[in-house]
Unconditional design. Structure first.
Ligand SMILES: [Fe+2]
Ligand SMILES: [Fe+2]
Length: 178
C-alpha cells in the first residue's frame, strides 16, 4: 500500500487543494481563450465547450472543498487568469489542431500530477482522493478527445506540446507554494 505511514511526512492536503483549484481555474481560462477565437459552430469549438463545462465542474468542486476546509486560494490566481486565456487564444489563433495540441499537452501533465497525488494520498483522505480519481478520468478523456481531433497534425506539435507541458509544470510547482 502506498500512503502515509508513521514517520512519513503527511501529505499536505491544503497545498494539494490549492494547486488543483489553480489548475482547474487555469483550464477554464485556456478554454475561454480558445472559444473567444474559434467560431462557435466549428466542430472544435463544440468539443472545447463540452470539455470547458467539465473543467468548470472540477473547479466548482475544489472551490467548495477549499471553503469547507478553509484553504486559501493561490495568490497567483490573477496570473493564471491572464496567462491561461493568453495560451488558449494563442493556440487557437495558430489553428484548431494547435488548440487541440494544447489540451493534449495540458491533460498529459494533469494526469501525471493527479496520479502522483493519488499515490501520495493513499488512504489518507478518501473524500479528496475520490474527486481527484474521478476528475483524472475526465482529463484523460479530454486528452484522447484532443488527439482524436487531430492534435498531432498541428504544425510544430513536438515543440508546441513540449512548451505547454513545461509551462504546466512551472505553474503546478508555483501554485503549490504561492
Ligand atoms: Fe479539470
Ligand atoms: Fe481537462
Amino acid at each position: 500500500m502506498s500512503g502515509w505511514r508513521p514517520g512519513d511526512r503527511r501529505p499536505d492536503r491544503a497545498s494539494m487543494l490549492r494547486v488543483n483549484q489553480a489548475g482547474e481555474y487555469g483550464a477554464t481560462r485556456i478554454y475561454a481563450g480558445q472559444m473567444a477565437v474559434l467560431r462557435g459552430n466549428s466542430s472544435a469549438s463544440k468539443l472545447i465547450a463540452r470539455m470547458a463545462g467539465q473543467e468548470q465542474r472540477h473547479l466548482d468542486r475544489f472551490n467548495q472543498l477549499m471553503a469547507e476546509r478553509r484553504v486559501r486560494p493561490t495568490a497567483l490566481q490573477p496570473v493564471w487568469n491572464v496567462a491561461g486565456f493568453a495560451v488558449g487564444a494563442a493556440t487557437a489563433l495558430m489553428s484548431e489542431e494547435a488548440a487541440m495540441a494544447c489540451t493534449d499537452a495540458v491533460e498529459t501533465e494533469i494526469d501525471r500530477h493527479y496520479s502522483a497525488q493519488l499515490k501520495e494520498l493513499g488512504d489518507d483522505d478518501p473524500e479528496l482522493a475520490a474527486d481527484i480519481a474521478a476528475f483524472r478520468i475526465e482529463e484523460l478523456e479530454h486528452r484522447d478527445t484532443a488527439r482524436e481531433a487531430g492534435a498531432a497534425q498541428a504544425v510544430g506539435y513536438p515543440i508546441l506540446t513540449a512548451a505547454v507541458r513545461a509551462a504546466c509544470r512551472v505553474a503546478i510547482g508555483m501554485s503549490k507554494r504561492i
